[in-house]
Design a protein around this ligand. Structure first.
Ligand SMILES: [Ca+2]
Ligand SMILES: [Ca+2]
Length: 128
């Protein structure tokens, strides 16, 4: 799902692949046997993040980076470097960064969410 541009966070298909992997499970009809990742969250959880993620000056999520911060419940990745490009993750969104946010927690596993977006958006690491 990763784009050859190096930044799938601004590529619709890559973003769709990331969200799909968050919700698909062993029973999801697709060409795979089982689930190729460890995430199987509900669509309601995705919707709740979209509905409740709030950042200063932003009334709603306007990019997948902001969804990631709220799903992970940390802003750490906005100031971290993608070792594959030696630039910030979500570099296309810089220099806008946030000092705070609020979200109704959906209890997602940070390590699973992070693996899933790194693979789908930046072709880094693996889904499992
Ligand atoms: Ca999957
Ligand atoms: Ca999945």
């Amino acid at each position: 799902m990763y784009s050859s541009s190096g930044d799938g966070s601004i590529i619709e298909a890559a973003v769709a692949g990331f969200v799909y992997d968050l919700v698909d499970d062993d029973d999801t009809p697709d060409s795979l046997s089982g689930d190729d990742d460890d995430a199987a969250y509900s669509l309601a959880a995705i919707g709740n993040i979209l509905a409740t993620c709030d950042m200063p000056g932003k009334s709603q999520i306007d990019g997948i980076d902001r969804f990631v911060y709220c799903a992970e419940e940390t802003l750490a990745m906005q100031d971290s470097i993608n070792p594959g490009t030696s630039d910030y993750w979500f570099a296309s969104r810089r220099p806008t960064t946030f000092s705070s946010f609020s979200v109704t927690s959906q209890g997602m596993d940070l390590s699973i969410v992070r693996r899933t977006w790194k693979y789908n958006l930046f072709n880094q690491g693996s889904l499992k």
